[in-house]
Design a protein. Sequence first.
Length: 113
Amino acid sequence: MRNMNVGVKVARQVRTAEHAIDQAMIEVSKLIQTALEGRVEARLAAEVGQAALEDIVTGLNRLATVRAAVAAGHAGLSMVADDHAIGWRLEGMGEDKSKPQASASSGVLHLAA
């Protein structure tokens, strides 16, 4: 295996990026929940803050699109590594992968990150 150092470095960064996107999605989801709970607690009508909530949900949706793109890129990098004998597997990623499934909405392959 050639370029083991490069392969491991890229593999680690892919994993870091995937986890960062997941964490951002978690935090935005918490924001949505907190905002909704706050509206109920403050006894505000449902339409109060609706536009802001829609903006935040749009942001969450965009993060999901980024997540799909990074996951697809991850699969692509894996093929590049295999095609060019770039070693990375000794890093021991240790994460289970599901089989790729085509997204009904975007046609992008979604892989478990």
